[in-house]
Design a protein around this ligand. Sequence first.
Ligand SMILES: [Zn+2]
Length: 639
Amino acid sequence: MNPARQKPNPDSGTMKKFLPFFYLPAAALWTACAPEPAITDAQPETRIEYPRDAHSLSVPSEVAVRHLMLNLRADFDRNVLSGSAAYTLEQNGGDTLVLDVRGLVVDSVFTTNGEGERMPSAFDIAEGNERGDALRIVGVSDAELAEVWYTTAPDAAALMWNTPEQTHDKKSPFLFTQGQAILTRSWIPIQDSPAIRITYEAEIHVPEGMMALMSASNPTEKTSDGVYRFEMLQPVPPYLMALAAGDFSFAPLGERTGVYAEPGLLDAAAYEFADTEKMLETAEALYGPYVWGRYDILVLPPAFPFGGMENPRLTFVTPTIIAGDRSLTGLIAHELAHSWSGNLVTNATWDDFWLNEGFTVYFEKRIMEALYGRDYAEMLNVLGYTDLKETLAYLGPESPDTRLKLDLDGRDPDAGMTDIAYEKGYLFLRWLEELFGRENFDTFLAEYFSTHAFQTMTTERFIEYLDERLFAFTDPRPDVEEWIYRPGLPETHPVPESDAFDKIDAFREAWEGGEILAQALPVGEWSTHEWLHFLRGLPESTDADALAAIDRAHGLTGRGNSEIAFAWYMIAVRNDYRPAFGALEKFLTRVGRRKFIKPLYEALSENESHKAWAREVYREARDNYHSVTASSVDEVLEG
Ligand SMILES: [Zn+2]
């Protein structure tokens, strides 16, 4: 009965043309030098069966878009993009092309038939819901091409037009997009479902002196006229369409890797991300060739709502991971891992989000372990496990949102972006690894990625694949349904353990018990992770003198390391430790990363006087947040 559980046709064979490349024996893949894939025509030969997607009004089973040609001008005075989006069409027997739109002003629509005749086309916009409307273009059954001329809204949900003051160098404005989960429709009329895959080319016009970048082939130098051309020859889901424009410089990090940042931030960024090429090689050694050509990173302004976004060929990252000591680069391993889990094999709907994120966290931790050792990776795993336990407590053990397979019908898919998809998903894969042994599980995963490259995956199809490839000779069959369809954590779940953290626990207890003074804690030897474990292990209520003593001894208020600062401010709010509130206000005003901002506002909302103060701060800060963060905080403070 649950239509979201409808199975896609496993024989859809979307990418038959890739088979010679991906069907090399796994051992050969692992030693391959990862050539640029020779892709000349990524259009499928057979019709795809599209799963029902509760978050898209498009009807690709009638007419689907296959290739997008974008021509847009960025107007930094009006904060709008305007121009055209043209699509080649896949005719599946319908007469109407339906595109998701949100807040777009559509001027005109044209279609071109097989004889090359271009003519204006009738269209209307059918009102949908707060997540978007449907642009309907009728009479397209013999059209090869459709073309939409439009302008975005100044407050388009995907776009953030940072003023120079909101950037690092404070010289140039900075535009960036955030497409995931369903925001691409606010800057491109598109069939905005992860089950859709398109190739694209684009011509982007920005003011002279600025550089434009996309999730595509990118320039490394500015052009003299502000016109940039892009090509993405591998088919990607619309949520991975990305654009940024600003004053960028480029620094290579390795043969296939590099970083873009504002000039004043470039050296720090290049230092922080120096291991990126090694991460890429490590990832390939684990699960097969990197197929996207280059892997570059773009550092965004602090308003970016996420830690990172895995836009193909060009990961977008928050500047809050530039800690000066390379301690937060697990995030780069995470975004890089998405080049396989998510970008290559994509969740079919947002209910299957754990297939993107659980796999990616697992892969990320394997990269970190290969590069920095098991002890290091286990520290990260314990921190992730702590996050998960907090999330489970927050949502409640019986909450349906603690199941891996979600039911987001009627809700913003953003609601599914919790630690469940990430950390419970990770533990599930770790549990499989421990059941079947690392070697077997690695072979299974490498094959999973190569077999389903450039395809979408539902939870149900993945279970079938487990049955076929991993469980065939296993008796009794592992109870994966308990992990996937039931709330909470199965009793037999793996528990990460870290000796380094056990030592931190001992120091914390000694300090709490008055056996050692704050200044005697050996923090000189502590990594960011050890600090985080120390702080997060403090009891709910800690006495103000103790907080003042540790703050005096180790300067926690105003810390430049965003993770440590965040953990400390949570403690400060819980315990009404006022000396930290000035720095907290600055943090809330400068940073827009939702992972930090939302919990801080939530903690502040638990006390009426804090809440009044938080509302004051938010009045000033809101303009510095992307819509993703602002709408989350709106909910917190309105409630
Ligand atoms: Zn991710």
